[in-house]
Ligand binder design. Sequence first.
Ligand code: MCA
Ligand code: AMP
Length: 461
Amino acid sequence: MLLRSLGAGADAAEAVEIGGVRLTRGDLLGGATAVAERIVGAQRVAVLATPAASTVLAVVGCLIAGVTAVPVPPDSGPAERRHILADSGAQAWLGPAPDDAGLPGIPVRRHARSWHSFPEPDSAATALIMYTSGTTGAPKGVMVSRRAIAAGLDAVADAWAWTSADTLVHGLPLFHLHGLVLGVLGPLRQGSALIHTGRPTPEAYAAAPGTLYFGVPTVWSRVVENGTAAAELKSARLLVSGSAPLPAPVFDKLAALTGHAPVERYGMTETGITLSARAAGERRPGWVGSPLLGVQTRLRDDDGADVPADGVGIGGLQVRGPMLFDGYLGRPEATAASWTGDGWFTTGDVAVADADGFHRIVGRASVDLIKTGGFRVGAGEVETALLGHPAVAEAAVVGVADDDLGQRIVAHVVLRDTATAQQLIDHVAADLSIHKRPREIRIVDTLPRNAMGKVQKKLLS
Ligand code: MCA
Ligand code: AMP
């Protein structure tokens, strides 16, 4: 059973606190089963993934009914939302819908209850389609099966000694693997309580009594800037960081202020979490730990030759394991291109491994995938939005190093007509979600190009 804590008794136990609403296990099982009754027989539904009880009930209802859920960022611009709906083939909005809904709505009633018993869907069935950016083009739908979710959650539980005695605290968005799969389905599989703080602020983390705290590096760097909040986390069992590189100074300050060296882990929407430090093992700043249960890794150089795990050699990281995705929805070529002929997934990250199996992520092979505040943003997607403005002749978008966000999005733009930076940012905002907007626009006369005419992004920083 995927969400094995539901239906396992202890119905009065506190399961989820989110958006000021508290749901016991019984509330969640009864409420989500009532959702399941409304959607059973559908194939895919869209869920506007606000940090609210309705999102949790909707996604759990989908899992009970065997309907694929498509989480949609609540701040997504109309163009991005239209793409996700059309590409995914979602048949309805489950729960609250945006004003320009475009699809029929199925309400999620928080107080409705059903005690119908659904058979457990096939473990190979697609549980979620999560949209994620590539280097170019519109986001692709990553199909994740029930068994991949189960294997991924069991693997992190093993590494982090995560049990029903834990209370998880986080305030991450519910439209990505980190906040939704690890952060909501994780507690429901392990039987631990969840406190979702709405937003992942230091004050909210400090005020929530938990044992296990999840954050992206931006969250932890904000925590260490707030000594009072950090001190409240001394009573935690484990602080976990992932989704982007945790700067070593933040690691060190967190350890000094809270008494807990953070557990770093590495993953992708496509692969789930594959590498992590262990609760009972070494935590090394700048390193993301060793392969989780069932995971194998290898490093390959540009010619496809093996790079030794000697702590020095740098190579493209390839992984395989039971938590990997089933492909990009409707994109067989992109799916095939991401796997090697002998069955390894090419992460696009460049890494070092040592003889103990510890890995360090050195960077990404492509400058066109930006990680900002833990969000993955394709440069091409932002460039396409900018080029849609009539005054923009050329655009090159890069991620520039940023102490708070890891990288911040900066657009270099050649204009053919007058436009202000704010007008261009607003134009992107009309298409894409908030975190994909450039933080800065640099208006330039020309973009640096090589002899082939290709923009040399390495010169733009
Ligand atoms: C944000 N704002 C902006 C922009 N971005 N304004 C103009 N242009 C922009 N580009 C606004 C916000 O709406 C907000 O406004 C204010 O600026 C502050 O924004 P920011 O500094 O970004 O703070 P924040 O909104 O609090 O965001 C920081 C954050 C956020 C909370 C850390 O980045 C976040 O939730 N990151 C999590 C990403 C994540 O979960 N990734 C996992 C991917 P106002 O105050 O008015 O609202 S899954 C993954 O990576 C794999 C599988 C893995 O390994 O986990
Ligand atoms: P996403 O699909 O949003 O899950 O982004 C996945 C990417 O985030 C990976 O390919 C890495 O580039 C990056 N990433 C995730 N976790 C870490 C980490 N702990 N350290 C460095 N990079 C990370």
